[in-house]
Design a protein around this ligand. Sequence first.
Ligand code: ADP
Ligand code: MG
Length: 699
Amino acid sequence: MEESKSVASMFGCNVFNQQVMRERLTKDVYKAVMQTKKMGTPLNSGVASVVANAMKNWAVEKGATHYTHWFHPMTGVTAEKHDAFLSPNSDGTIILEFSGKELIKGEPDASSFPSGGLRSTFEARGYTAWDPTSDAFIKDGTLYIPTAFCSYTGETLDKKTPLLRSMDVLSEQALRILRLFGNTTATRVFSTAGAEQEYFLVDKALYDKREDLVITGRTLFGAKPPKGQELEDHYFGNIKERISAYMHELDEELWKLGIPAKTKHNEVAPAQHELAPVFETTNIASDHNQLTMELMKKIALKHGLVCLLHEKPFAGVNGSGKHNNWSMSSNDGQNLLDPGDTPTENTQFLTFLVAFIKAVNKYSDLLRLSAASAGNDHRLGANEAPPAIVSMFLGDELQGILDALENDTKAEANSNIKFKIGVDALPSFKKDNTDRNRTSPMAFTGNKFEFRMLGSADSISCTNVIINTAVADVLCEFADELEGAENFNEKLREILVRTYKENKQIIFNGNGYSDEWVKEATEVRGLPNYVSTVDCLPEYLAEKNVAMFEKFKVYSKVEVASRTEVLLDNYCKVINIEALTMIDMVKKQIYPAVMEYTKDVCNALTSMRNAGLENPAQEKLAHKLSGSLNCLNSAVTELEQVLLNAKDNAEDLYKLSRFYRDEVFSKMQSLRAVADELETIVSDKYWPFPVYSELMFKI
Ligand code: ADP
Ligand code: MG
């Protein structure tokens, strides 16, 4: 009882939420803000001034001295610049002030944020604009105001603006469909997301000794330890005290910010864990996921730990992903991807389901690239995450129903209620019937789809922009056809059958990790297989994709180009930094350590010989070490050379990113192989940094 009471009072205590607003705003102002929050309608400046003042008073009472416009530039992490509430009086005293103007708009210097070429085309100045749909909150004595970030001429420079645009677009198109089904109550449809977040925890003292972890977030060297994840004893295993204390504090801090952290458990790899929140609208889920990642890192330090959000911190064991659970609900309380219990609900459900299938099939390239990064390239297609081929899992029962619809036969479901459109309804369809296909990139899980391709460090924004817009695009097509139809049921049936037929090649209920699937997907079904980031990123600008974004005003072509450039540029930089870190570690740590060991081995050998002792094993070791040192030397020289050559491709980002993947990355692999082999023969005493077994098991 005690516990649950304190959780309830803790939850959202640092958030300027609905409850606080109801207490602190006049009825009219409160109503205006709620209207904006629920419907996305703009707020007038008079109302903003009142809200700003109430926000400031509330924040100051809670000890805040500063405010900040908090935004999500295209770096992937959030940005903030703090201003004190203070405003000087002429008599040398100060008053605490925060105006409506300051709440609504900020003007950070945009010139140092990635813009992917937009900066040269447009003005360097940018501004942040308050997003009233995401609640302000207090963190570290500062009032945080969630904002969108745009260039002065209106091009988006962030991850929030397109998400808000895509949510509006989805709402508009989904409402058209709902109206066709006779719904007169819903006035808004929200896309919802629940982001399951995986992460690793390592001991801070050990972490500090690894330049690769400190600089790149992943180990660039490391031989396979005697034990990895093969015993399958970590997944859902009991949680160690130190980790549990961390998780507990993390939960509490998240709750205070109104983030509904719900589930926590150990994951498959040693030292790997997961946190899942309760779903929220995609915009708020995105803000909250950013905050979750930030707090995960910050709180770890308080426990002498470091939280690794990299997609692949350790070779040989699973990397970390982020599952984006997605659905859409209307504000009259329906989850539109819930099959429901009655035939009409089912028909409506089937319409949204078939639209979703087409959206995924038509824009599978965009979905794939929403999960593309140098870090996530280590996961996708590596038999631990979903493959790089986008497919969908529906489960046998749901697929059976769609097949019945296509063939105009009776579905297997134990029901005889007929759809108006001539197929058996699915009232007996149970949510829990969807068995868990863990290998599918996009799995139907009862009343939502789970997109499993994202990497642990990714923002969920891009994925949700794409799902929202793609689904809106197909719903728009459906609505265009249906609104003009003479016979609604007949037309609907025709659309559903046709759409299902044309898109069902994306549905695959089997094992996505198998080689046969890759063959079938690419050779028989013609599904694209973008193995790496550099393969899929150019698709961002494919004609059909730009057409969709422009049609719904989510991105202009220039904005898509700018995003592509930012991502490619990031890809090259990440690999460049990793390569330089490897060179540094080899030259300054590994090479000297192996030299030292080799010297001692040779000295021991000489002493033994002097004592008249034969020692072939020692001699072999000395030879091996000396040979490997030569290999190490040439591998590092080759990597240095290839980095120099990279400069020749610098004028073309597409060429450059290919060069990094084909040439630089493969030289990094060769260098790592030599060093990792050395790690297995050099005595522990000499090896210059903690090895995998320590990092993964000493916690
Ligand atoms: P699993 O690990 O089996 O995939 P979890 O229970 O850990 O399942 O995670 C499921 C996630 O899906 C949670 O974050 C949950 O809030 C989210 N979710 C549930 N319903 C919806 C919905 N309608 N829309 C979006 N996300 C949802
Ligand atoms: Mg999951």
